[in-house]
Design a protein around this ligand. Structure first.
Ligand SMILES: Nc1nc2c(c(=O)[nH]1)N[C@H]1C(S)=C(S)[C@@H](COP(=O)(O)O)O[C@H]1N2
Ligand SMILES: [Mo]
Length: 455
């Protein structure tokens, strides 16, 4: 690789806009940049490691996925050597019982699962992302003595140990997708505040618990009950007991048959790091509603106002604002059901295939909050043409849906696999993250995966 290519790669890391201008040429008077050709094309091709068969369709201003996204942390059979000069690998988690997922922050611990590690129908506990706002209890609590309280707008206040919950109510096991409200945040331009999640603050595990509905019915909801308020036993970063996070949901969601008080994950007692011995699992909504180390469900007569319910937390704009511009609190709404999203779980971003490879077996997952996924479309030519993937039905309501597709490649070179899902209401993933908001929720642009054949 020549000096000019190396410089361009570094520039993409440090100042993507300038790098882009170099590769694509200057803005013209009508505000559009030139097509990728000549010297720009040669430089980009060298930077991504191979010729670009569909370069003619590359939208002006597009930063190649091979340069824009972080590389998978390590080469595995499913994720072979990364394409030329990807960004430096990020640190990975070293914890008993956990796989080496990507650490975004140490304290509090926040770690996401690279898309290529989400290739199982049911996400193994080891690979499941971790999102903490504070410090988890030091040891796993005992199910025989750990108590949760249900109080507030109820006829009978309940205090139940986890063991009592298990005896008193009918246990159910469901595959439920859950993702952080900030999943996809790194796709916002300009950068929004918070952990820069890719698409991997998400998973679909098999959860066993009792329905929150059954517990609330046993307590008896008063007619004044409109909202829940959740509390957990984690410690604040400054060591105090002030709630790290205390969110809630409208009663209708609390009464949904998929909303669980969960004490088992993938057939095993819930581990400490995922909220053991007991947590809420509120699938399809921002993950912050799924309180870990659950100690109390307070039934409110108004919208809950605990930590993380107010200001710009877990809120999106009612009407769009200028990205990066000033936002008014009055123009925000609580993020409830998450928007439609698809991921590619095979191949990995940055995968390198043997020269002569002409067929790719693509696999992935898609989900859409409270809705289902109607279709997943795939493009290998920078969005010029799209074909429908095969999308499986969800195992149960609120389970993610797996998709597969075989695509043909015309020659060796650099490709990007683009995926976009469409939900049961007809909402489609947008080409770029829309509706920018200060803390960066709900970014769900089409997913791009770089693949290099030969080269
Ligand atoms: N008590 C407590 N519950 C919590 C959190 C927390 O910091 N403390 N984080 C929430 C957020 S923001 C998310 S996305 C999910 C993450 O669950 P996980 O760590 O099991 O993936 O837990 C939620 N429940
Ligand atoms: Mo979250």
């Amino acid at each position: 690789m020549g000096k000019r290519e190396r410089e361009l790669i570094e520039l993409y890391r440090d100042d993507p806009e300038r790098a882009d201008a170099q590769a694509f040429g200057r803005r013209t008077r009508i505000g559009r940049r030139g097509f990728l050709n000549g010297a720009g094309l040669a430089t980009i091709a060298a930077a991504v490691g191979g010729a670009i068969p569909f370069a003619a369709n590359m939208p002006a201003g597009l930063i190649p996925a091979a340069l824009a996204q972080a590389a998978p942390p390590a080469a595995t059979p499913a994720a072979p050597a990364a394409a030329a000069a990807p960004p430096a690998p990020r640190p990975t988690l070293k914890m008993d019982g956990k796989a080496e997922i990507v650490v975004l922050q140490d304290r509090p611990l926040n770690a996401e699962t690279p898309e290529s590690m989400l290739d199982d129908d049911v996400t193994p506990t080891a690979k499941y992302f971790v999102r903490n706002n504070g410090l988890p209890p030091e040891a796993l609590g005992d199910a025989a003595t750990w108590k949760i309280t249900v109080d507030g707008e109820v006829n009978t206040k309940l205090e139940l140990t986890v063991a009592e919950l298990q005896q008193r109510f009918q246990p159910v096991t469901l595959r439920l997708q859950m993702e952080c409200g900030g999943n996809g945040r790194s796709f916002f331009t300009p950068e929004a505040r918070g952990n820069q999640w890719g698409n991997g603050a998400a998973g679909c595990a098999e959860w066993t618990g009792v329905r929150l509905r059954d517990v609330l019915q046993a307590a008896g909801l008063k007619s004044t009950a409109v909202y829940t308020g959740h509390y957990g036993a984690d410690k604040n970063l400054n060591g105090t007991d002030a709630p790290t996070i205390s969110r809630g949901v409208r009663i209708a969601k609390a009464m949904d048959e998929s909303t669980l008080v969960a004490f088992r994950m993938n057939g095993q007692p819930l581990p400490n790091i995922h909220g053991g011995p007991v947590r809420l699992l509120v699938p399809g909504w921002a993950g912050s509603a799924s309180q870990k180390w659950l100690t109390r469900v307070w039934i409110r007569d108004k919208e809950h106002d605990g930590a993380g319910m107010t200001g710009f937390s877990y809120r999106t704009m009612k009407t769009p604002i200028v990205p990066g511009g000033a936002a008014a609190e009055a123009n925000t709404q609580i993020l409830e059901s998450m928007p439609v999203r698809s991921i590619i779980t095979n191949p990995a971003n940055g995968a390198r295939m043997a020269a002569g490879t002409r067929q790719l077996a693509l696999r992935g997952a898609a989900w859409a909050g409270d809705r289902t996924v109607k279709a997943v479309d795939i493009s290998t030519d920078f969005g010029a043409t799209w074909k429908a993937a095969q999308v499986a039905a969800p195992a149960n309501r609120h389970a993610w849906q797996r998709w597969t597709m075989n695509v043909a490649l015309p020659s060796d070179g650099y490709y990007e696999i683009w995926t976009r899902a469409i939900d049961s209401d007809g909402n489609m993933q947008p080409h770029v993250a829309g509706n920018w908001n200060p803390q960066g929720y709900g970014a769900n642009p089409i997913t791009r995966t770089a693949v290099l054949v030969g080269g």
